[in-house]
Design a protein around this ligand. Sequence first.
Ligand code: ADP
Ligand code: ASP
Ligand code: MG
Length: 430
Amino acid sequence: MALLVQKYGGTSVGSPERIQAVAARVARARRRGDDVVVVVSAMGHTTDELIDLARNVAGHDDCVHEHPREMDMLLSAGERISMALLAMAIREAGADARSLTGSQAAIITDAWHTSARIVEVRADRVRETVEGGCVAIVAGFQGVSTTREITTLGRGGSDTTAVALARALGADRCEIYTDVDGIFTCDPRRVPDARIIPRISHDEMVELAQSGAQVMHARAVDLGARTPALDIRVLSSFVTGPDEDDPTRGTLITDDPMVREDQVVTGLASARGYAKLLLHALPAGMRTPTEMLGALADAGVSVDMVTESPQADGRVLLQLTVRGDDLARAREIAAQVAARLGGGGAMDERTGLSRIALVGRGMSGRPGVYAQAFRALMDAGVKVEAVSTSSISITLLVPSDQEDEALRALHDGFTLAAQAEAPAAAAVAG
Ligand code: ADP
Ligand code: ASP
Ligand code: MG
């Protein structure tokens, strides 16, 4: 008998039939003798619809800043609907079940409305429910703050609820059921050639998730990575028939991934909505980037990539990439700092940029990865606006209207389809 934590995303509980299908799987696990805790997301596009409703009522789009507490009250209702319906469906399927809000399940968070962080899970009530022979259905994406307010964890946060509960309960398995077969080498909706990655490390998955691979909430993977690491299986809730209960299907996020010696890139992810600011004719020397970056940080503007290049007149060109939403503020602050430094004042910008991340433990210390990426993009006619690197990733800024082309070119250039297809015998644990 095992204790399973299973999370079902919005599409997986998007209709009465989908809820019944989830209920049938959970009831089957109960008949096998397993204990089950289920974490649910809101049905289908409910969260988006609730946000639209709030915007219509407020008459503007900035409800998160103007009404953070009420947004949490509103959005947490989405998961309440699906938890109650799923509990009914499981009971109809012949197993006992009880739904619990995040607050009832004692998911304690900080007080940061709409993007709260879990600080503690007091899992006693969930544990008692399960020990009483009942399936515990916990509303994902929500908690209660230390000041007793209802909070939500940020978009996609139900994954984090599941991982936090699995940890607090010491679950034997943590399974994230979604609408694709697992983690792919790239979003399979963008790159049809993408292949399933059977095993991936937590650090690679954190990087992919932070870079736009929506399939997992980055904070969920980060929580799974803490010592002792928790394995997380990502799999489809849509599989039926003999494969449905195959414990090895999908992707395992683990600290014991299968690493092939020749594998440089594990996967790609991308996100839109970036902009680049070019600040010309600034004085050379450390004071320029130090003051510029300091002022931007003080104003809460996060700078993603920074390059400084010398100009013919001995001055420097500073290029900064920021989120498109931050561009206006960044421009204003940069102008003030440039004036203070005695800069030339000329400023250019590029908008409509996408950030593409190539992620893989295998690129650490390996020469030629940049060259290979640039060759693939050059052959596809994609213009690279900026680059940066970390120990397990390279990020490139490209025009958003070339994002899909760039992803496909990099996927082909690093032969990701062939790599993921390679037989397991060619892999070594590492
Ligand atoms: P859920 O509602 O189950 O939480 P999400 O919509 O949050 O599901 O995440 C699943 C989606 O993530 C998939 O439908 C897919 O389009 C997208 N996705 C992005 N990158 C990847 C990737 N590398 N592998 C798998 N899916 C990905
Ligand atoms: N319902 C929330 C969202 O759509 C949380 C989640 O699905 O994980 O973002
Ligand atoms: Mg999700």
